[in-house]
Design a protein around this ligand. Structure first.
Ligand code: SF4
Length: 712
């Protein structure tokens, strides 16, 4: 028999915010292989181990293929038709809204969703239901970076691009392990360093990660002390005359307060707090100050902190104080965790945002969005952020929650409380591609969604580049696109809550129509993409924003990096310095809990492993959950390498294999974030972690807890 014909479809990797382009090979019924897209500017054909095995995760064995519903928690879910499923969802949401008001319901969505999915969910909550209770797992990921950008540069716009790796003379990576979390981007840094060995790489991380091992200088700071380090670097830059005073005077405000603040914060003072050598702090400052081009990168190590916003503003201050922004190889560059956390921010799909980087708290922005959507008003009551939302569920204030493409029963901190909340919630809808996530047992209604290889839309990566995501295969079973499910729900709900205009508001028939409406909302905003369309993206490939109407693809060089003119999107056009607060970590170690626990990624797994966990070869790197420790911390407790230990925090305990690691400082422990209930037999590592929030970004401190270990 003849082999079925092979086809290739251009799409984007489903995993991290590098946003690599992929070519999906398929025969029309099965995905058979994947390779890097040589034409995609994020990866030029390269893929990491996760991306290169995407096709192995595409089987249907773990997929949710049909809607399932149970009217009460005492019965099992049963298969149900789509129209009945949507009707049940609309009826139960409408009943709760009628009895308790619109703030008694909520959506909790995901940075894994496409921009079009995000847009429809956001409009359904803020433009139809009349609440701002929509938040996303991007709150756990990038919200501190968002707040830091807005506080200093005036807009949530990462100013840099991957090409800057090729131009930087010094790269400072703080609170990030791109060797594992953003491998293709890190490979580009390694290649740049191989070509220009004089390039300096500084890594700030409590652990000696693979990224730190590649550095010229590793500053193994104690958890929570990053701000003191950046302040001491600024102190040295100031003391040794390495500031760009003319640029500061011309383009910034607020420096005098920061200058006074850091005057006494010498490297010797910071060395005590941070647990690193004062000489190393001086070296880091000099490498930054003397480099013609210096670039900083950061990710969750700074963001997931009770002072994540201040971490970001303190790091950004190094770029502003030396005028190293808006030029090749310069600037502060947040690495996005998820594939489309950026797109979600662009459409305003968080509790405090509105479309096109507008702010919910701004009455003029609310009025603009109401006009764009053709509704009377956008509600002004602040929505609940991720952790707050599940606390409100637990308290009985939010009675129905719709969860899409995320797994809060594993990924949120204070796991015991989150599970109590889901168990007590009156109505839980779970819109998912996979049927057996940790959240699934709590769902009253499960709605099958399409996933990678089946979806049509767009995503935005860390460098503001919008890429098309295209379907290689038709949806399996009865799975539907996420935006379409949200649309159908909105259309069904509208008449039940006295809003028959829902049919007009959600008239989309194709993802492309959603994108066009989103693009129209960006007119005149910092991220103006009114010049972009599916037709242009299909013809010219992925494009960075801004891309206003009339922009030409060949003018790409002009938007590769932002703020080249030193003009910032603040009220007076000046960037702002911020004096940071004094907090360290929310939880302190003590005699009962004497070890610092930090968390992070493995090289070959992704989030809660619902996709990467299906691929046998991705267990080759690390094959089981474990806690990594310094040898002395085991020896002093009479424990041995490889032994099972009981790991306890103030919130719960896990049993894990203890592994001696030369990468750990004494007093520090590390557990990867991925392992969940099915793997550990009890609960994921987030059982141990608290839900203390950054007061500005509302991002929880998922990077640190005080723990103890004992013989299991
Ligand atoms: Fe996918 Fe990120 Fe790997 Fe690229 S670096 S292939 S986007 S996981």
């Amino acid at each position: 028999a003849l082999a079925p014909p092979r086809h290739e479809t251009r799409a984007t990797c489903a995993y991290c915010g590098v946003g690599c382009g992929v070519m999906i090979e398929h025969d029309g019924t099965r995905i058979t292989a994947v390779r890097g897209d040589p034409a995609h500017p994020a990866n030029f054909g390269q893929l990491c181990t996760k991306g290169a095995s995407l096709h192995l995760s595409a089987g249907l064995d773990t997929r949710l293929l049909y809607p399932e519903y149970r009217a009460t928690r005492t019965e099992p879910r049963r298969r149900i038709r789509w129209d009945a499923a949507i009707d049940a969802a609309a009826r139960r949401f409408a009943g709760i809204i009628a009895a308790h008001g619109p703030d008694a319901v909520a959506f909790y969505i995901s940075g894994q969703l496409l921009t079009e999915d995000y847009y429809v969910f956001n409009k359904a909550m803020k433009g139809l239901i009349g609440s701002n209770n929509i938040d996303t797992n991007s709150r756990l990921c990038m919200s501190s970076a968002v707040a830091a950008y807005k506080a200093t540069l005036g807009a949530d716009a990462p100013p840099c691009c991957y090409e800057d790796f090729d131009h930087a003379d010094t790269i400072l990576i703080a609170g990030a392990n791109p060797s594992y979390a953003h491998p293709v981007a890190f490979r580009r840094i390694e290649e740049a360093k191989a070509r220009r060995p004089q390039m300096r790489l500084i890594v700030v991380d409590p652990r000696r990660t693979d990224t730190a091992a590649a550095a010229d200088l590793h500053l193994a700071v104690l958890p929570g002390t990053d701000i003191r380090l950046f302040e001491a670097m600024l102190h040295v830059l100031l003391r040794e005359g390495m500031l760009d005073e003319a640029w500061i005077a011309a383009h910034t405000e607020g420096f005098e307060a920061l200058r006074a603040h850091v005057a006494e914060l010498s490297p010797a003072v910071a060395a005590e707090v941070c647990g690193v050598g004062a000489d190393d702090i001086v070296t880091a400052a000099r490498w930054w100050g003397q480099a013609p081009a210096a670039l900083s990168l950061w990710c969750q190590g700074l963001n997931q902190s009770i002072h994540g916003t201040d971490n970001g503003t303190a790091l950004i201050a190094l770029s502003l104080a030396t005028g190293k922004i808006g030029r090749p190889g310069c600037g502060p560059f947040s690495l996005t965790g998820q594939p489309n956390a950026m797109g979600g921010r662009e459409v305003g799909g968080l509790a405090n945002l509105l479309p096109a980087h507008r702010d919910l708290a701004n009455p003029a922005h609310r009025a603009e969005v109401a006009r764009l959507w053709g509704i009377d008003r956008v509600p002004d009551t602040p929505g609940l952020s991720a952790v707050e939302l599940f606390e409100a569920v637990r308290a009985g204030k939010v009675k129905a929650v719709w969860i899409a493409c995320t797994n809060p029963a594993q990924s949120l901190p204070e796991q015991a409380r989150v599970r109590e909340a889901l168990a007590a919630c009156e109505f839980v809808v779970l819109q998912e591609a996979f049927r057996s996530t940790e959240t699934a047992p709590f769902a009253d209604l499960m709605l099958p969604a399409t996933t990678w290889g089946e979806k049509d839309g767009t995503v935005t990566n860390s460098e503001r580049r919008i890429s098309r995501v295209r379907p290689a295969l038709p949806a399996p079973g009865e799975a539907r696109a996420d935006w379409r499910i949200a649309r159908d729900f909105a259309r069904a709900l509208g008449p039940r809550i006295g809003k028959p205009q829902a049919a007009r508001l959600f008239a989309y028939e194709r993802a492309e129509e959603v994108f066009a409406e989103h693009a129209a909302t960006t007119a005149g905003r910092d991220l103006d993409i009114t010049g972009l369309s599916y037709a242009l993206l299909d013809a010219a490939g992925p494009q960075q924003w801004p891309f206003p109407a009339g922009a030409r693809v060949e003018e790409d060089a002009a938007r590769v990096r932002l703020y080249a003119d030193g003009c910032f999107p603040t009220a007076n056009g000046r960037a702002r310095f911020v004096v940071p607060g004094r907090a360290l970590t929310a939880e302190k170690i003590d005699a009962r809990y004497p070890l610092h626990l930090t968390t992070g990624r493995l090289r070959d797994q992704w989030h809660g492993m619902s996709r990467s966990g299906k691929v046998a070869r991705l267990y080759g790197h690390v094959d089981e959950a474990r806690i990594e420790l310094h040898a002395d911390d085991l020896a002093v407790r009479g424990l041995h390498d490889g032994e099972l230990v009981r790991v306890a925090s103030r919130r719960g305990e896990l049993v894990l294999r203890a592994v001696v690691s030369p990468d750990m400082r004494k007093g520090q422990a590390f557990v990867a974030m991925h392992w969940g209930r099915k793997v550990l037999g009890s609960a994921g590592v987030n059982l141990l972690l608290g839900a203390d929030l950054d007061p500005l970004s509302k991002q929880p401190e998922l990077k640190h807890a005080a723990i103890r270990i004992d013989k299991a």
